[in-house]
Ligand binder design. Structure first.
Ligand code: ATP
Length: 200
């Protein structure tokens, strides 16, 4: 099948993530999009994160009812930094018949050349790049054998997890910025009440 992998910290998952995934699913004719919740994102290692099992549960709640979406725990139980290249290699080995797509926002595209083995990532999967306000990036040249980058345009969404954490710490509303089940989970587990870490 045509399988989209969408990695993130999802701390917490928000409407930007969901719209991105749904628009990529449709534009690229994907059978499934997996939300891969990073245990330890290599680019955000210094920062305090909500426990991965809370983040995974919020992802499950957010995507409930969409048969084209699934939440993956493939990185949640792997210790050490959650390198996308390791995840793609594992999925490729376990599902040799699948065609892989790797979904990222424009800010991640800017960072991509600094990731571990970005060229190998781009040989294993077609990288699908979605516009994000404030992040203009050209597809980097990752050498021979890489698959073409696939741009997908969505209505620009200026929601970020860091802004949501800040709002929650200040006791402000995040209604409609996260699915209602996620808002209820945050409330029930008293998440994000501490002052938020600076935006990344
Ligand atoms: P933070 O604000 O903490 O950095 P974030 O909102 O960027 O978090 P992540 O979980 O780090 O969320 O993002 C996962 C992926 O989703 C990344 O590829 C990112 O570019 C993309 N993404 C997140 N929010 C948006 C958005 N509003 N529009 C487009 N892409 C987005």
């Amino acid at each position: 099948m045509r399988l989209g992998l969408f990695g993130g910290t999802f701390d917490p998952i928000h409407v930007g993530h969901l719209i991105l995934a749904e628009q990529c699913r449709e534009a690229c004719g994907l059978d499934q999009v997996w939300f891969v919740v990073a245990n330890e994102p290599p680019h955000k290692r210094g920062r305090k994160r909500t426990g991965v099992h809370h983040r995974l549960e919020m992802a499950r709640l957010a995507i409930a009812g969409n048969p084209g979406f699934a939440a993956s725990d493939i990185e949640a139980d792997r210790s050490g930094p959650s390198y996308s290249v390791d995840t793609l290699a594992q999925v490729q080995e376990e599902r040799p018949g699948d065609e892989l797509f790797f979904l990222i926002g424009g800010d991640s595209l800017i960072d991509l050349p600094t990731w571990r083995e970005p060229d190998r990532i781009a040989r294993m999967a077609s990288i699908v790049v979605v516009n994000r306000p404030g992040a203009q990036a050209e597809a980097p040249d990752l050498g021979p054998g890489v698959k073409p980058f696939l741009p997908v345009t969505i209505p620009p969404i200026g929601v970020s997890s860091s802004d949501l954490r800040r709002r929650l710490a200040e006791g402000r509303s995040v209604r409609y910025m996260v699915p209602s089940a996620v808002a209820a989970y945050i409330e029930a587990h008293k998440l994000y009440r501490e002052p938020a870490a600076p935006a990344t």
